[in-house]
Design a protein around this ligand. Structure first.
Ligand SMILES: *Cc1c(COP(=O)(O)O)cnc(C)c1O
Length: 298
């Protein structure tokens, strides 16, 4: 395993859940690094090992201008002495986003492509002219794939997590949840909160990453707050309130929606009395830089 700062993330107890007759802890992957999303780092490890084993020096991957995956890939490849290329959705902006500036500071090169080309995951012509395809190692968007899930399965390593009855995490591609399902013990309930709207094929996408016999899991589709990277005043109010209550910052794309869902579910009595919840804070705080200043109190 890579020597990284990503070994033992702290666990925080949420006293605000005692009134629901449950204990709730938060695994603070966000505290592992100020910018690089904790879950992304885990998802990348096996891809980077594979690239190393195949002697590939250049990692290519895809993302948007505020993508946690892009900045994590840039940082993780730099740490391994590899180069990175980001294929970025949309026209090159006049000013790069803070996320892209950060990725650039880790040496990532960008190719901006139209939304259509991005959707098709076509490789830009200029890139094919300047590089030999066989030198490139492709990591799918968001790190989706078996290597990503196997990396995410190590998120719980180093912590005693057997006593938790429920493990909850936000889902984009579902790769992280697949890893958590792989790592869960029998009888533990793994609950995913999809942040995309009406993303009902997610269950099948996750199952592709699991062995035929696996711990059952549940996806709760009603907590996306309007859809991917969408937010509303209610979510923002909750995130500020949650920060005041717990001291834990969240991001508006993933973890804000997870914590909001967990809070609502507990309030509605979804968890039996005496449940022990583990909420995965998957990081992503850098994405809040796309919000107008002053939106959040942290
Ligand atoms: C990417 C991301 C997720 C989603 O991870 P998947 O493995 O794609 O489901 C969750 N939280 C944060 C903070 C992320 O950046």
């Amino acid at each position: 395993m890579l020597s990284s700062p990503f070994q033992n993330s702290p666990i925080d107890r949420l006293e605000s859940f005692y009134k629901f007759h449950t204990t709730a802890d938060v695994l603070r992957l966000d505290q592992l690094h100020p910018v690089v999303s904790g879950n992304k780092w885990f998802k990348l490890q096996h891809y980077l090992q594979q690239a190393g084993a195949e002697g590939k020096r250049i990692i290519l991957t895809y993302g948007g201008a505020y993508s946690n995956h892009i900045v994590a890939t840039a940082a993780a490849t730099r740490e391994r002495g590899l180069q990175s290329i980001g294929v970025i959705r949309g026209e090159r902006p006049r000013e790069l986003s803070p996320t892209l500036l950060e990725a650039q500071s880790y040496g990532m090169q960008f190719h901006f492509v139209t939304r259509e080309a991005y959707r098709d995951k076509a490789l830009p012509q200029e890139l094919l002219q300047s590089h030999d395809l066989k030198d490139l190692f492709l990591i799918p968007e968001g790190g989706y794939g078996l290597p990503g899930a196997l990396g995410a399965a190590t998120i719980l390593s180093g912590h005693e997590t057997n006593s938790y009855t429920h493990i909850l995490a936000a889902c984009g591609t579902g790769t992280t949840l697949a890893g958590l399902i792989r790592a869960a013990r029998d009888g533990q309930q793994v609950i995913g909160i999809p942040v995309l709207r009406n993303y009902y094929s997610l269950e099948a996408e996750i199952k592709i990453l699991l062995p035929p016999q696996h711990t059952p899991f549940t996806l709760l589709h009603d907590h996306h707050q309007g859809g991917y990277a969408k937010h509303n005043p209610e979510l923002i109010r909750f995130m500020n309130w949650w920060y005041e209550q717990t001291g834990i910052p969240s991001d508006f794309v993933y973890t804000g929606k997870l914590f909001y869902a967990a809070h609502l579910l507990a309030e509605q009595g979804y968890f039996p009395q005496g449940s022990r919840l583990l909420l995965i804070h998957s990081g992503g705080l850098q994405g809040n830089r796309s919000l107008p200043k002053g939106t959040l109190i942290f």
